[in-house]
Design a protein around this ligand. Structure first.
Ligand code: 5AD
Ligand code: FES
Length: 347
């Protein structure tokens, strides 16, 4: 196994057979994480970037089987933030040192392209030194293009699973992997720094699905890769499944760091929900980004993608302080610059 890990470290690639072995073996995690941490330090030192997350709407027209804010969840109070509310989150975030704002929401038709552009342009005018990241799902090429022209420069859209058949087991028939991939391609063409990713341990996932996820990411070459364990939400059709495995998620972070040395990889909220030390473990396995919550406390509980999501009772400043402590306890340090992706170093 040592040989496989070394080969992955040196060439950033191994065969499907070796990947399968690495994904399915627990005993070598320590060695894997050591390699991943060395590579992460070579590219980013001990820096950890912060992205202020503003969850601005929990309305969603989609009905993904795993997600707590899916359309068919009638047991959820829905909310939308106004432009002014969003701007006041940015103001608080800017004071806390955030230079990236992530506007995330369900696919909510209320926010027409025009409304999104108004919000984005105003943030762009007020905060010229910040990155604006959108995470609002699948849209036509034209819409992505207008958001970009209005000043958005990053976009997060996880592919969720790169296995077409698995995709149909996680989503209703009106959604398709093909469309998802097409959106990601369009975002790249327009010039966004793109983030993608997948859930680990989602129902019906196999090792082959995970290998396909990694192969798909190799084609896409995203700047950001977000992964987290699947966590059950009681009000979804998947409420009788098990949560994804924490250790497997960490192992995949290690593998991602070796395959994509330059990538921005968050230690996600789902990781922190799966285990109180999950994000610290994620950082030690190769992650280099954290995404503290900037949403107003009154709405946080309502953006519950999965059960027991953390940080729903804390003010923005508390999340900031909490994460600083956590990041330094793991041996890294939060930096407040814009945190752009680094170029790949050729061997
Ligand atoms: N468990 C873990 N992650 C989830 N997401 C949605 N629902 C769940 C869940 N039940 C993730 C998806 C989505 C991101 C915003 O949250 O991967 O892209
Ligand atoms: Fe939000 Fe710890 S990061 S409270």
């Amino acid at each position: 196994m040592t040989v496989i890990i070394e080969q992955l470290d040196e060439t950033r690639d191994i065969s499907d057979t070796d990947l399968k072995l690495l994904i399915e073996t627990k005993q070598y995690d320590h060695e894997l994480f050591q390699h991943a941490d060395r590579v992460r330090k070579e590219y980013y030192g001990t820096d950890v970037y912060v992205r202020g997350l503003i969850e601005f709407t929990n309305y969603c027209k989609n009905d993904c089987f795993y997600c707590g804010i899916r359309r068919d969840n009638r047991n959820l109070e829905r909310y939308r933030l106004s432009k002014d509310e969003i701007l006041s989150c940015c103001k608080i975030g800017y004071r806390l040192g955030y230079r990236t704002f992530v506007l995330q929401g369900g696919e909510d038709p209320f926010y027409t392209d025009e409304r999104i552009c108004e919000i984005v342009s105003e943030i762009r005018t007020k905060y010229t030194d910040c990155a604006i990241t959108l995470s609002i799902g699948e849209k036509p090429y034209k819409s992505y293009e207008t958001f970009f022209k209005a000043g958005a420069n990053r976009y997060l859209l996880r592919h969720e699973t790169a296995d077409a058949e698995h995709y149909t087991k996680l989503h209703p028939a009106e959604m398709s992997l093909e469309n998802r991939k097409n959106c990601l391609k369009n975002l790249k063409t327009i010039g966004y720094q793109v983030g993608s990713g997948f859930m680990v341990g989602s129902p019906f996932q196999t090792t082959d699905c995970l290998i396909k996820d990694l192969r798909f990411l190799q084609q896409l070459e995203p700047a950001m890769i977000g992964i987290g364990p699947f966590i059950v939400h009681r009000e979804t059709p998947f409420n009788y499944f098990k949560n994804g495995d924490l250790q497997l998620t960490l192992r995949l972070i290690g593998i991602l760091r070796l395959m994509f040395p330059y990538a921005l990889i968050p230690a996600t909220t789902a990781l922190g929900t799966a285990d109180p030390q999950g994000r610290e473990m994620g950082l030690r396995a190769g992650a280099n980004v954290v995404m503290p919550n900037l949403s107003p406390v009154e709405v946080r509980k309502k953006y519950e993608l999965y059960d027991n999501k953390i940080c729903t009772g804390d003010e923005a400043a508390e999340c900031r302080a909490c994460l600083s402590r956590r990041v330094s306890s793991a041996g890294y340090k939060i930096v407040t610059n814009i945190g752009n992706v680094r170029p790949l170093k050729e061997a």
